[in-house]
Design a protein around this ligand. Structure first.
Ligand SMILES: [Zn+2]
Ligand SMILES: [Zn+2]
Length: 239
C-alpha cells in the first residue's frame, strides 16, 4: 500500500517515532502497521461517475443507480479512502484537533488520486469547499483550503478561494439524516465572481463526501453561474 512507502530511514538509522493515528511508538514510519491495515483505500469496482465503491460479481466498474437517476450534478468525483477506521480518526483530528500538519499527508494522497483520475480531464482551477465565516472564526482554519493550497502549488493549478462562499450558517451535516442533509445545505452557497471562472473546468476539494449533499449544492451554484464542468475530489467517502 502507498502509505507503507512513507518509511523514513535517516542516514540508514531507524529512529522510533509516534504513529500519527494512534500515537503508539512505531519504528521509522509515520503510521504504525496496525493503523495502516485500518485504511481502506477505495479500489475498483466503483461507480465511474461518483466513485462510490460497490460489490460486483463481474468486478467491473460501471455507473451506479444514483448516478443513472442523475442525482449527482458534477462530472466525476473520487475519494482516496473509505470514511472509516484510521482514515476517519485522522480526518477528525485534521478538522477539529488543530493538526494542520496532516495536510501534507492528505495532500500526497490526493495528488496520487488526481494523477490517476483527473490529469487527463483538462482541469484548470481548484476550489475548496468553503466554511461559513462563523465556523471559520471558531476553527481558525478551513481544512479544505489547506489541502487546496498544497494541491495548487504541487499541481501548478490556480486556486480560487474567494469565488465560492458559504452564506448560510448550517448545523454540521454529520448530525443530520440523509434526507435532512440536502435541505440543510440548500441555498447555503453562492458564487461571488462569475467572471474568473468563466469557461473553466473546476475541481472542488472537500474532506469527506457523505451523501454528496454539500458537493452537489456547490456544483449547483457553480453550474448556475455558468460553469459547465465541475469535478470533485475528497480525502474520504462514506460507503
Ligand atoms: Zn497506529
Ligand atoms: Zn454513482
Amino acid at each position: 500500500m502507498s502509505i507503507l512507502n512513507k518509511l523514513k530511514p535517516v542516514s540508514g538509522i531507524f529512529f522510533p517515532s509516534a504513529c500519527i493515528v494512534c500515537g503508539k511508538a512505531t519504528a521509522n514510519a509515520e503510521i504504525c502497521p496496525q493503523c495502516v491495515h485500518e485504511f481502506n483505500v477505495i479500489k475498483a469496482p466503483f461507480c465511474i461517475k461518483c466513485g462510490k465503491p460497490f460489490t460486483s460479481d463481474t468486478g467491473i466498474s460501471h455507473i451506479c443507480y444514483d448516478c443513472i437517476k442523475d442525482k449527482n450534478k458534477f462530472v466525476m468525483s473520487r475519494a482516496a479512502f473509505e470514511y472509516n477506521g484510521a482514515a476517519a480518526k485522522l480526518i477528525q483530528r485534521f478538522k477539529f484537533g488543530d493538526r494542520v500538519n496532516l495536510s501534507s499527508f492528505f495532500s500526497d494522497e490526493l495528488i496520487k488520486l488526481y494523477k490517476t483520475h483527473f490529469s487527463a480531464e483538462g482541469i484548470n482551477a481548484i476550489l475548496p469547499v468553503p466554511l461559513s465565516i462563523r465556523r471559520l472564526k471558531h476553527r481558525s482554519y478551513n481544512q479544505t483550503q489547506l489541502l487546496a493550497a498544497v494541491l495548487s502549488k504541487k499541481l501548478s493549478l490556480p486556486i480560487y478561494s474567494q469565488v465560492l462562499e458559504k452564506v448560510k450558517e448550517t448545523p454540521p451535516q454529520s448530525r443530520l439524516s440523509a434526507e435532512k442533509r440536502h435541505e440543510n445545505v440548500k441555498d447555503a452557497y453562492r458564487v461571488t465572481d462569475r467572471v474568473s471562472l468563466k469557461g473553466k473546468r473546476v475541481l472542488l476539494i472537500d474532506d469527506v463526501i457523505t451523501t454528496g449533499a454539500t458537493v452537489n449544492a456547490c456544483t449547483g451554484v457553480l453550474r448556475h453561474a455558468g460553469i459547465k464542468q465541475v469535478y470533485v475530489m475528497a480525502i474520504a467517502m462514506r460507503v
